[in-house]
Design a protein around this ligand. Structure first.
Ligand code: ATP
Length: 267
């Protein structure tokens, strides 16, 4: 996006996130309330991890949660894409890492989000070669400066935690590992509800029942978003067709549109 690497408070609210209640609780304790009530955490001498790794299959809400956490905490959000950092600044990526952490400190409280963080942290001596190695070392230096990065919370996201260098997963670095799974049948319904907030869904449509439908098995949040979009398209097409005829144009997205969409979408 245009704001890549720059800070801003994201507009993703928790209502936009379906399911993932446990993660929300964890982030409430570890980040949101810590930013809102720093004196209380200080008073009780609570010392908690500031680095997190979200891992799990693609399209299940890792980016979305990170943004919602920042929104809820009223914190700035810096979005870094691992592979871009590697490629865009070849030879300068160490400097880029330093600059990014500096920027995060300047705009704290801040969530520093590293998407596809595995690209920056592959096991040393493997895929990347010396570029990755030097970048990784710089990243470790920055992560270890936790005392100087008050108010900066680092969240990494990956679909392939197994390729990451173990050293980055130690406490104080990406120390707290949080699994973001494929949604359960009920959670699929909750995700559909969250996604449907901005769409004219007919009152007769039972999104929870659709989530439980066998045809939704193994769909991710991103797949469910595609499903909803297909259903909206089906309703829109019907409306546009009806406008030139004597048929009655639909005003909402109905069951029949979801049924058509379900035939098209697969994981
Ligand atoms: P990747 O590993 O591919 O980066 P990700 O886990 O970061 O995936 P997101 O980018 O957060 O996935 O999700 C992609 C889109 O899918 C979101 O923008 C949203 O539309 C939808 N989505 C995924 N999970 C959820 C969820 N739990 N609730 C609501 N929408 C979701």
């Amino acid at each position: 996006s245009r704001r890549e690497g720059f800070s801003t408070i994201p507009n993703v609210k928790w209502e936009d996130v379906g399911g993932l209640d446990l993660l929300r609780q964890e982030f409430d304790r570890y980040i949101v309330r810590r930013i809102k009530f720093p004196e209380d955490y200080e008073e009780f001498g609570v010392d908690l991890e500031t680095g997190f790794l979200l891992y799990g299959p693609p399209g299940c809400g890792k980016t979305l949660i990170a943004k919602a956490v920042a929104n809820e905490a009223g914190a700035n959000f810096i979005h870094i894409k691992g592979p871009e950092l590697l490629n865009k600044y070849v030879g300068e990526s160490e400097l880029a890492v330093r600059t990014i952490f500096g920027r995060a400190r300047t705009c704290s409280p801040c969530i520093l989000f590293f998407d596809e963080v595995d690209a920056l942290t592959t096991k040393r001596g493997k895929e990347g070669g010396w570029v990755v190695e030097r970048l990784l070392n710089q990243l470790l230096i920055e992560l270890d400066g936790a005392d100087q990065r008050r108010g900066v919370y680092v969240i990494g996201a990956t679909n392939r935690p197994e390729v990451m260098d173990r050293a980055v997963l130690r406490p104080g670095r990406f120390g707290k590992l949080l699994y973001v799974p494929l949604p359960s049948p009920v959670e699929r319904g909750l995700i559909l509800k969250a996604l449907a907030r901005k769409k004219p869904i007919d009152a007769t449509v039972d999104l929870i029942a659709i989530g439980r439908n066998e045809a939704c098995e193994n769909l991710s949040g991103a797949d469910l978003s595609a499903l909803l979009n297909e259903a909206a398209m089906a309703a829109l097409e019907e409306k546009l067709t009806a406008q030139g005829s004597s048929d009655i144009a639909p005003l909402t997205i109905k069951e029949i549109h979801f049924n058509r969409a379900l035939e098209k979408v697969s994981p």
